[in-house]
Design a protein around this ligand. Structure first.
Ligand code: 7RM
Length: 659
């Protein structure tokens, strides 16, 4: 098997380290669903002929021209449903307005301050058309990139679908990212338009989205216009720079009753670019295309969540991340489902907020992250107990490995020991869920994402690529799937190196996994330098670059340390330039600096100052040693750490052990 030097250096050590972690699994549970997705033959059928299975699913899409070939596979380049033409906004909106669903709620939106709004598919149709007309007026054409930097408001969904209607790939940048992060992404994809809001509500405060956008756009010569939604009524305080800046509501007024013919787009036409952290300092623009992605998200939404027309489905993700793209927008809307969308924080105005929402709208499905579940556990059972959650019939988890304790608590305290729990493994790169139980069909084990979705071939392999029947190894995917990212925007070589070079012909996920005697998969976390903080991917290198950009820092190393709620937290080790004093003040300053550079989600939890960083003879930072120190396994005291002789001693002890 071909190995890149970079990938090889990650080594089998990473797997054994993960396996050593103390995880006691309670006995497997025999829970199955009350409601059944009702297709008992689905696994066998898909296994017998995966392409035929996906082709069967693609019949659920509305095509403008039928495709000719299901799959063209020239490793690692995939083309699905070749020759077909379609439009994602037609599949998510138009087609439902031609049925009884026209007046069905598409989005039930809850603002953080308590305002709310229901948008039917008919409403969505009108607004998507209006905004598509507005974008056309601003000069947006098929193929132009449009950046979107907003909070969780319905206009975000309208903007995405309007872009899709025109064939203009969108790139949604999480509203919690900094001006610099926004700037980097706009520059990378050379977006022509930026859509933002005056601000967004978060924990009762206003996130200054427009101010951040203004700072970013100064260095983005490709941006011709900035469209601004008035969300926080800050209109008078937000400076609008004519003719660059335009109000959303003015554009919409000018486009009243507009109907925009949807572009008939090739199956492989780019739908969106979404940036995600990797092992270098530069985020990767994962490119998703139209037909395969829609087929994958539509099919998985339908089977994993057992979506029915009377469901009220609540996904708590932010659309700034892939979960929101696939499981708030494209997958559920393609199915004509009703989605609840919440703007704010789960603890605002109090720790009841999610349960208030579930109760208010009688939500039937809840899809959230382990980090949130662990917070709920910590806050106490009295919060969910105050509410009537009996409408819930299915619970989902995503973003990181869920510890069995949290899984069991979720099912007992939120699901009243009655609902199935689906632990869904997937990535920004995979586009849709790939490993998951199917309610009614798969017996769950708390803490295991169970088995691959029909049509998906996953395996656990050792360093050489040999399948590990029972035990730990690297998670790989051996066959293409429709929603897979097609490339990294502007950097196909990196796409090949990152994902397709470690094991020839197979996709390398970057995750470790263990397979048990029943063939069930237990995800162990990342084996590369990608952190997962509260379900959010952050590259260690991104944080390191942010740290060394501070004038006081000479060198920095960042590792993930176990965190009770967030899964992982960030620990940073810094050596300071001469003349700078380590201490709490310096640590606070550096934390602030990283938050400003990348965004508050990247703020390190702990900063250690060391006279030097522990390195191997080949100058590689000994991250495992740093992780031990960060977690207090070797030494947890910053004052002693600042002493180089102590660190040297740790190092020699460590090297002795490692031989
Ligand atoms: C959907 C999403 C991807 C990384 C992935 C894993 C981890 C996600 C699970 C999980 C264990 C899960 N996309 N991950 N879901 N680990 N069980 N159910 O999170 O691109 O942002 O992150 O997240 O490490 O590689 S992502």
């Amino acid at each position: 098997m071909a190995t890149t030097p970079d990938a090889a250096s990650q080594g089998q050590g990473a797997i054994s380290a993960l396996l050593q972690e103390d995880r006691r699994y309670p006995p497997s549970s025999e829970f199955t669903a009350q409601a059944n997705a009702g297709d008992a033959g689905i696994y066998e059928r898909a296994k017998a002929d995966p392409e035929a299975f996906w082709a069967e699913q693609a019949q659920n899409l509305d095509w403008m021209e039928p495709y000719k070939t299901v799959l063209e596979w020239d490793v690692p380049w995939a083309k699905w449903f070749v020759g077909g033409k379609l439009n994602a906004s037609v599949n998510c909106v138009d087609r439902h307005t031609k049925t009884w669903r026209k007046n069905k709620a598409a989005i039930i939106w809850e603002g953080e301050p308590g305002d709310s709004r229901v948008m039917t598919f008919g409403d969505l149709y009108r607004e998507v058309n209006q905004f598509a007309a507005a974008l056309q007026k601003l000069g947006v054409k098929n193929g132009d990139r449009v950046a979107i930097y907003m909070g969780m408001i319905p206009e975000l969904v309208v903007a995405m679908l309007a872009c899709a209607r025109l064939g203009a790939p969108h790139t949604v940048v999480f509203g919690g990212f900094s001006p610099e992060s926004l700037r980097d992404r706009i520059q990378d994809c050379e977006a022509k338009i930026l859509i933002t809001a005056d601000g967004g509500w978060r924990r009762g405060g206003k996130v200054p989205l427009k101010d951040n956008a203004d700072k970013a756009v100064v260095e983005c010569p490709t941006i011709q216009h900035v469209v601004v939604v008035n969300r926080t009524d800050d209109a008078r305080h937000v400076p609008m720079h004519a003719p660059r800046d335009v109000w959303w509501h003015r554009l919409m007024d000018d486009a009243k009753h507009a109907i925009v013919e949807p572009e008939a787009l090739d199956s492989e036409h780019p739908l969106y670019i979404l940036y995600t952290s990797g092992t270098t300092g530069k985020p990767k623009g994962m490119l998703h295309t139209t037909a395969g992605y829609l087929c994958g998200t539509m099919t998985t939404s339908k089977y994993v969540f057992d979506l029915k027309d009377d469901d009220v489905y609540f996904c708590t993700a932010d659309i700034g991340w892939v979960t929101g793209h696939s499981y708030i927008v494209y997958g559920p809307l393609a199915n004509g489902a009703t989605c609840v969308m919440y703007e704010g924080s789960p603890d605002y105005p109090d720790k009841d907020r999610f349960w208030d929402i579930v109760e208010k709208y009688r939500c039937t499905i809840l899809y959230t992250a382990p980090t949130a579940i662990r917070s709920f556990m910590r806050w106490g059972n009295e919060f969910p107990e105050k509410h009537d959650l009996s409408s819930l019939r299915l619970l989902g988890s995503v973003g990181e490995p869920i510890n069995p304790e949290a899984w069991v608590w979720y099912r007992e305290h939120i699901g009243a020991d009655r609902t199935p729990v689906v632990d869904t493994w997937w990535q920004t790169e995979t586009g849709h869920i790939l490993i998951t139980p199917l309610p009614g069909l798969t017996t769950a084990k708390p803490g295991s994402a169970t088995i691959p979705f029909p049509g998906i071939e996953a395996d656990v392999v050792d360093e050489q690529g040999n399948s590990v029947p029972v035990g730990g190894g690297y998670l790989v995917l051996k066959k293409p799937w429709p929603g897979m990212a097609r490339t990294i925007w502007g950097d196909p070589d990196r796409y090949v190196n990152q994902y397709w070079s470690r094991f020839e012909g197979w996709y390398f996920t970057g995750d470790g996994a263990k397979r048990d005697e029943d063939g069930y998969l237990w995800l162990l976390g990342r084996v590369d330098d990608v952190l997962n903080v509260a379900g959010h991917r952050i590259g260690t290198m991104e944080v390191e670059s942010a740290l060394v950009s501070h004038p006081s820092v000479a060198e920095a190393a960042v590792v993930g340390i176990t965190h009770e709620i967030k899964g992982q937290a960030i620990a940073a080790f810094c050596t300071l330039r001469a003349g700078n004093r380590p201490g709490d003040e310096a640590a606070d300053e550096l934390k602030r600096h990283v938050a400003a550079k990348i965004g508050p989600i990247a703020r390190p939890d702990k900063i250690f100052f060391t006279a030097e960083l522990p390195k191997t003879r080949s100058a590689k930072i000994m991250r495992r040693l740093l992780r031990d120190i960060g977690e207090g396994r070797v030494i947890g005291d910053t004052t002693t750490l600042a002493d180089p002789t102590v660190l040297a001693e740790i190092r020699s002890q460590y090297e002795e052990k490692e031989g």
